[in-house]
Design a protein around this ligand. Structure first.
Ligand code: ATP
Ligand code: MG
Length: 418
């Protein structure tokens, strides 16, 4: 074969696409009830947008970004995530002037140059929400509860919700120092990446997926013990409201997000049947980000769902694409024109209609109808054109009903027989 999709980048084919449509439709429906509106953002941005916000010493920025120089020698990057571009747009279009909370959702492809493996593609898709302008922990709990409701609606079972607080600029330095202290004498046990992280971003060691590092960090200090008064109060508030909203969760102080803009609330939804790449969705609070992008001091919180990982959990479901409602066979060119017109009228009413395109025999047209699993077949030949009536053959119960060659009547009979 001459051409192939790039490594780690997948075509999404039917019938899987209908699973995607179902997920997207469920998301749109639920987001609407929470007052989230869709925002569509470019997939390519200035590189600086990601460097500053995600953090220069994170895996995404250090290793995973698709960064190029364009023809004008500008550095551009295919977005590795949605929040930084969102905040760029939020500030650029003064969306903060709308009454808070400002609530938006997005869906679309993200790009990370990762080693392709199960659950990790280089182009993958996220559905995410962002809610800005509210500091109160009530909204943190509401966002987490929305995420779980969506997963439930999609049909994801065993979604484990883990929550923590990762503190703020006030309390994080002390935690960072305690971590460094803890890791200092055992650094030999850790992978090369973690040795580097030790200097630059020791919190990231807590997120390393290498087994030696997972073992090496047993007994490390817990972020919860270092939270300042305000962060503790906020985290208590989040948990209070999670309980109020009957959201099942566990506190996992080992949870760290791979993006530096997060503070206080961080959460992940895991499904342990997925193996190593078990996070299906993740999010957190980002109170300083709007200001960093040149906007006013406005807090924010959001999450992103990894659509591929959700789809993996849904395999085996029927795609609902069962077969055409009606197949119109035609036995003359005049009949071919009539069926083409009828097909258009019936499709306008929402029926899935197939016609034949050549002068093939009735037998071969019937064979095609069969292969497509058509629910009804109408044969239009010279006699039918003369009488302007035809027989609607129901292929499931084998009944036959005579009908005028008229879209309204055909529709009525087919709808009635469904
Ligand atoms: P991980 O720890 O699995 O690398 P992450 O912290 O890099 O995840 P986020 O940036 O929080 O991921 O993205 C949110 C969700 O997007 C993840 O929980 C996951 O479901 C999905 N995701 C992230 N990277 C990929 C990828 N390369 N391929 C497929 N899905 C991904
Ligand atoms: Mg990652």
């Amino acid at each position: 074969m001459k051409f192939k999709a790039l490594k780690g980048i997948q075509d999404i084919l039917p019938p899987e696409t209908s699973g995607w449509q179902r997920i997207e439709a469920a998301a749109r429906e639920i987001f609407k009830t929470y007052g989230f509106r869709e925002i569509r953002l470019p997939v390519i941005e200035s590189t600086e947008i990601f460097l500053r916000s995600i953090g220069e010493t994170t895996d995404i920025v250090e290793k995973e970004m698709y960064t190029f120089t364009d023809k004008a020698d500008r550095s551009v990057t295919l977005r590795p995530e949605g929040t930084a571009p969102f905040v760029r747009a939020f500030v650029e279009h003064h969306l903060f002037n709308e009454p808070p909370p400002q609530k938006f959702y997005y869906m679309g492809p993200m790009f990370r140059y990762e080693r392709p493996q199960a659950g990790r593609q280089r182009q993958f898709h996220q559905i995410g929400v962002e809610a800005l302008g509210v500091e109160d922990p009530k909204i943190d709990a509401e966002i987490i509860s929305l995420l779980l409701l969506l997963l439930e609606k999609i049909g994801i079972k065993d979604a484990q919700c883990e929550v923590t607080s990762i503190g703020c600029v006030q309390c994080r330095p002390a935690f960072r120092a305690a971590l460094k202290d803890f890791f200092k004498d055992r650094l030999g046990l850790f992978c090369d990446d973690c040795k580097r992280r030790y200097e630059l971003n020791p919190l990231r060691i807590l997120d390393c997926k290498v087994e030696a590092c997972i073992n090496g960090r047993q007994g490390a200090p817990s972020v919860i013990d270092f939270l300042c008064g305000d962060c503790t109060e906020h985290f208590n508030g989040v948990q209070y409201y999670l309980k109020l909203l009957s959201v099942p969760y566990t506190v996992n102080p080992g949870l760290v997000r791979g993006l530096d803009y997060y503070m206080r609330t961080a959460f992940e939804i895991k499904n342990y049947s997925l193996g190593a790449q078990n996070a299906v969705a993740a999010g957190g609070r980002y109170n300083g980000l709007v200001e960093e992008f040149g906007g006013p001091k406005i807090p924010g919180i959001g999450f992103a769902i990894g659509v591929e990982r959700i789809v993996t959990l849904l395999t085996g479901l029927s795609d609902g694409h069962e077969g055409p409602d009606v197949f119109l066979c035609s036995l003359s060119s005049e009949a071919g024109e009539k069926t083409a017109v009828l097909a258009g009228q019936l499709r306008l009413e929402g029926l899935w209609v197939e016609i034949s395109y050549d002068k093939s025999s009735l037998r071969s047209q019937m064979r095609r109808a069969d292969r497509l699993r058509a629910k009804n077949v109408i044969v239009v030949g010279e006699d039918e054109m003369k009488s302007q009536t035809a027989v609607i053959k129901n292929m499931q119960d084998k009944t036959e009903i005579s009908a005028a060659l008229d879209a309204g009547e055909i529709l009525r009979i087919i709808r009635g027989s469904k």
